[in-house]
Design a binder for this molecule. Structure first.
Ligand code: LMR
Length: 417
């Protein structure tokens, strides 16, 4: 009965690792998926994570019971504080509801399903380009996916005018997906001033911000700085959704640990969560009703989230010393990536590779959007065993001082061929 099933193509990002794994070459290099590697090219488990895990193992009072549908309470509270700021008025007013989800993807999907059921506008605008999974996550949740201009290939920077035009002509109330920092795949972020203009336009048009925050701490090495865009939107008292991931910034990729926070407006109630007999008693009440509906989204999807990753995060976030240790390790990862940018840029310059490669040092976060086309990428994979996504995105976190020359040779050959 399944004879008709056709083979699906590999995922454009995770499929790169599948191809890499099949390559027997000793010089092969995986710069596809955004996963941090050490200078030795090895995956990294943070010391502070090992320490937290040891503490959890030693605590004999810990059991393996189900978590509540919304996850670990401590984790949720601490995650909201981490992303919105300890002094966030929205948290103080109890206008924020946070649910533990399966990393960034799960948080986006739960938020999307909730919006499809309870928000009056079913159109979401995503940047062009964006992380490939966004299109599927929102489409499968039943939202109509449209794009807004974001990246300008000519400048390899932000198409700010195009962005403002497209959001300016979006229908009132439309949802807008924003990358909180370290835009994936382009590494191009708006400046603080540009964020402020985006915020004003979106609030004027009542567009609903849905932030994807996968790289807090990874862009600048500073957790607060990388959350500024979100905090601007929450500070003005309007609604805001945030999908938060600990995959990169705590290196908890496979633990699938993240959170969805919804900040409810301090002054309006546009989310139409049905209330039959209940009389609203303000934003805190809306937040708690929203949470009750999020539970109805989660329960039939995966019942309740896993306990281990969230316990690691909560252990680190609630202990001052461990938190500081995490900040140091996080900054070291961010700094190593920044130094890879510099080394790759220098290596191309010293080879006299044609073109302006300054975007390599200007772009932010885990990725460089090189501008290499799919033919050049295919050439680099075939001749140099370097694996990257066909859009020319390079995961800088996969690079090391040892492998920079090999990559620079490959890029040089690809653009001069
Ligand atoms: C990436 O863009 O490489 C990461 O976010 C990993 C993924 O799941 O695609």
């Amino acid at each position: 009965v399944f004879d008709h099933v056709v083979r699906a193509p590999e995922d454009p990002i995770l499929g790169v690792t599948v191809a890499y794994n099949k390559d027997p070459s000793p010089v092969k290099l995986n710069l596809g998926v955004g996963a941090y590697r050490t200078e030795e090219g090895k995956p990294l488990v943070l010391n502070v994570v090992r320490k937290a895990e040891q503490m959890l193992v030693n605590d004999r009072s810990r059991v393996k019971e189900y978590l509540p549908i919304v996850g670990l309470a401590d984790f949720n509270k601490l995650s909201a504080k981490l992303i919105l700021g300890a002094d966030s008025p929205a948290i103080q007013d109890n206008r924020v509801t946070t649910v533990q989800c399966l990393s960034g993807t799960g948080s986006l999907r739960v938020g999307a399903e909730f919006l499809a059921r309870h928000y009056h506008q079913h159109t979401i605008y995503i940047p062009q380009p964006t992380w490939g999974n966004h299109v599927k996550i929102f489409g499968l949740a039943g939202l109509a996916v449209k794009t807004y201009r974001y990246y300008d290939p000519a400048t390899r920077g932000l198409n700010f005018r195009g962005l403002l035009e497209d959001l300016g002509s979006a229908p009132s109330g439309a949802i807008v997906l924003l990358h909180a920092c370290a835009h994936n795949p382009t590494g191009v972020d708006p400046t603080a001033q540009e964020w402020e203009q985006i915020r004003q336009l979106m609030r004027l048009k009542a567009l609903l911000p849905f932030f994807d925050s996968a790289y807090q701490g990874f862009a600048s090495g500073n957790l607060d700085a990388d959350a500024q865009s979100i905090r601007m939107f929450v500070r003005d008292g309007g609604e805001c959704l945030v999908a938060q991931s600990y995959a990169k910034n705590m290196g908890l990729y496979g633990e699938r640990v993240g959170a969805l926070s919804m900040s409810i407006s301090g002054f309006s109630e546009r989310l139409t969560v049905s209330v039959k007999d209940e009389q609203s008693t303000g934003s805190a009440d809306v937040a708690s009703r929203v949470e009750s509906q999020l539970k109805l989204v989660i329960r039939p999807m995966y019942s309740n989230p896993p306990i281990h990753g969230a316990s690691i995060v909560a252990t680190i976030l609630k202990d001052r010393a461990m938190f500081q240790e995490w900040e140091v390790e996080l900054k070291a990862m961010a700094d190593r990536i920044i130094s890879m940018r510099k080394q790759l840029f220098d290596a191309l310059r010293s080879r006299g590779t044609p073109g302006d490669w300054s975007h390599i040092i200007k772009q932010i976060g885990m990725f460089t959007f090189t501008g290499l086309n799919s033919t050049q990428v295919a050439f680099m994979t075939k001749e140099y065993h370097i694996y990257l996504t066909s859009d020319g995105r390079i995961s800088m976190a996969g690079l090391s001082s040892r492998t920079v020359p090999h990559l620079a040779d490959a890029i040089h050959a690809a653009v001069t061929k």
